[in-house]
Design a protein around this ligand. Structure first.
Ligand SMILES: Nc1ncnc2c1ncn2[C@@H]1O[C@H](COP(=O)(O)OP(=O)(O)O)[C@@H](O)[C@H]1O
Ligand SMILES: CSC[C@H]1O[C@H](OP(=O)(O)O)[C@H](O)[C@@H]1O
Length: 408
């Protein structure tokens, strides 16, 4: 019989006390359940004497925000296994793991609460000058070294098999690529946005077709071991360091889904300033920072990825003239397209983001949501015309100039 049960705060304390060498014998432990995500329990346990802390992340047997949606606890295994691989490849850009307990469906890990969840930092208008450098390192290393460009074919296929993660992929297939594009029951719709959806957005058949093309790529392209949910709420950051967490959606999928998740979430923050009471100068300056960051992320990613390729790809791959340029152009287009889907789902689908939902006035929120939807739409429909990241930045600027002159 399995010993699994969801922990209560007191039990979480007892659990960590049982891990040898983690806390001093005289530790005075206190615990708070701090989970603010959609799926799991998260306990923050600290020693009042030393200040040392740890975090326990435990899976429930259902979706935390929808208790009639059952979900496999096996997701913790995917999270732990992917974290180990990412840790080795990136030299520690993920939380340290102190213990993985398969039966209890939990991970005890490094306490990162001295850092900030990046989404919250962006909402407060904080700039992170090293972010592009850091996240491009994470992306280039994880997406190159887990792909067929580097791995031996049999070893890679074994990995693909071990990372078949159907239930978590199903969430993405439904909530990112399907439901937002019609009046689905699972959607979560601002009433002030509904007229735009009914009169315009849900009638865009070309958009829905192109989203379905990207969905098929998500479902079938085992290009690299991707994080699978790399939004700005899955990143802890301060002015020096970055850590990526919440890896339970990991599987072998299209690399552009991770790059797109980062870009799409910066675009969501970009759109959110439409609905906020800040000065025109602040808004323009912060938006420039976000666009510069997106441009830097791609350019630094590309430079690093090409370097790994030139140094460490299979000789037979290296010998094929023009293939590297082809691969990177496809990847740029996939990234922008997938990023567009990630942008749109957060305006209509079940799970929103605080960048937009923090705008209390519903008509102001709808204004920012419509801007985000228009940005998401062009990311999907114009992606195949993009040759460089600068082409993308230009279309964002053009749409922004248009938004500034209209009452969307
Ligand atoms: N290692 C950690 N250190 C400190 N806080 C954490 C850590 N991991 C998670 N958290 C907190 O718990 C929240 C939910 O964690 P997350 O892994 O995103 O869970 P879920 O999968 O339910 O979304 C995060 O937003 C963060 O505030
Ligand atoms: C019903 S799960 C919805 C949503 O939640 C996940 O995000 P997070 O774990 O960071 O809260 C993921 O994006 C899912 O699509």
């Amino acid at each position: 019989m399995t010993k699994y049960k969801p922990l209560k705060e007191k039990e979480a304390i007892e659990y960590v006390k049982g891990i040898e060498g983690l806390f001093d014998d005289d530790a005075e432990l206190s615990c708070n359940e701090i989970g603010d995500g959609n799926l799991n329990l998260v306990f923050h346990i600290t020693d009042q004497n030393s200040g040392m802390g740890v975090v326990i992340k435990q899976a429930l047997d259902h979706v935390r925000i929808a208790d009639d949606w059952p979900l496999t606890k096996e997701r913790v295994k995917f999270e732990y296994t992917a974290m180990k691989i990412q840790d080795e490849l990136t030299d520690g850009m993920v939380p340290k793991v102190y213990k993985y307990d398969d039966e209890m469906a939990l991970i005890v890990m490094e306490d990162l609460s001295s850092m900030k969840v990046m989404r919250k930092g962006l909402i407060s208008g904080i700039k992170y000058p090293h972010f592009a450098e850091q996240i491009s390192t994470f992306l280039s290393k994880t997406l190159f070294y887990t792909s067929d460009l580097y791995m031996a074919p049999k070893e890679k296929k074994e990995r693909v098999k071990n990372f078949i993660n159907p239930e978590l992929c199903d969430i993405t297939e439904v909530l990112v690529f399907t439901d937002p594009y019609f009046d689905a029951e699972s959607n979560n719709i601002n009433p002030e946005l509904r007229p735009y959806l009914e009169k315009e957005f849900w009638r865009k058949s070309e958009l829905r077709k192109e989203v379905t093309v990207l969905k098929e790529k998500f479902m079938t392209r085992a290009q690299a071991l991707i994080h699978g949910d790399l939004h700005t709420g899955s990143i802890f950051i301060d002015q020096k360091t970055l850590k990526v967490f919440d890896t339970e959606f990991a599987f072998y999928g299209p690399s552009g889904f991770d790059i797109g998740a980062v870009i799409g979430n910066l675009i969501l923050n970009y759109a959110s300033w439409s609905g906020k009471e800040v000065s025109t100068e602040f808004k323009a300056d912060y938006r420039e920072y976000l666009l510069d960051t997106i441009e830097d992320i791609w350019n630094k990613f590309e430079e690093k990825f090409r370097k790994f390729w030139d140094q460490e790809a299979h000789e037979t791959t290296k010998a094929v003239k023009g293939y590297q340029d082809y691969y990177l152009k496809q990847l740029l287009q996939d990234s922008i397209g997938m990023g567009g889907c990630k942008t749109m789902r957060r305006c209509i689908g079940m799970a929103h983001v605080e960048d937009l939902d923090g705008i209390e006035n519903l008509s102001e929120r709808a204004r920012a949501q419509i801007f985000a939807l228009k940005l998401g739409e062009i990311m999907v429909t114009r992606r195949k015309r993009l040759a460089t990241i600068t082409d993308f930045i230009k279309i964002v600027r053009d749409l922004t100039a248009w938004e500034d002159t209209t009452n969307m």
